[in-house]
Write a protein that binds this ligand. Structure first.
Ligand SMILES: O=c1ccn([C@H]2C[C@H](O)[C@@H](COP(=O)(O)OP(=O)(O)OP(=O)(O)O)O2)c(=O)[nH]1
Ligand SMILES: [Mg+2]
Length: 150
């Protein structure tokens, strides 16, 4: 259902499939479908750039992230090599998904299969302000488990 917070994004759908949509009322991502002439087999540790047939023009100040689906990851070890993939607001090419098979069995990507999810987000661009020192914090340079595990 339309409501005022929805952001309109221009899209051209050259795929055989319906446009991606949110599956539940508050899903952050829309699932992307593979748009294939023939199934693609990914052997263990093999990767492939999977076309979606979608072309978008994001409003300035927004990016889209292409993220893995947890079900495919859990059941079949399918992930995305460059996760999360970054779609720039000025990109006008086809959205593609760089899948990788991290399991020890071959996986077949079928035409129309929901292979990844697209999340749109605002981003900030920065300008550097060079400094001699940074402000003190309680964390300081602590990281990589510095706060313990329990
Ligand atoms: O998973 C992805 C990642 C990127 N892209 C498209 C949109 C993005 O705007 C463009 C460039 O992506 P990125 O900056 O990650 O790639 P690069 O290796 O830095 O290429 P470039 O030099 O073209 O920026 O490729 C995709 O379709 N899928
Ligand atoms: Mg780049």
């Amino acid at each position: 259902m339309m409501h005022t917070e929805e952001l309109l994004v221009h899209v051209i759908n050259r795929s055989k499939h319906v446009l991606p949509s949110y599956q539940t009322a508050h899903s952050a991502g829309m699932d992307l479908r593979a748009n294939l002439e023939a199934p693609v087999t990914l052997k263990p540790l093999q990767r492939a750039l999977i076309p979606t047939g979608l072309y978008i023009a994001l409003p300035e100040g927004h990016e889209a992230q292409i993220r893995p689906r947890s079900g495919l990851a859990y059941k079949h070890g399918i992930s995305i090599v460059n996760s999360p993939g970054t779609i720039d607001a000025d990109y006008r090419g086809e959205l593609k998904v760089l899948l990788v098979n991290l399991s020890d069995e071959a996986f077949v990507v079928e035409d129309g299969e929901r292979i990844a999810q697209l999340v749109v987000a605002r981003y900030e661009r920065i300008a550097w302000q060079e400094a001699e020192e940074l402000n003190d914090t309680a964390r300081g340079a602590g990281g990589y488990g510095s706060t313990g595990t329990k």
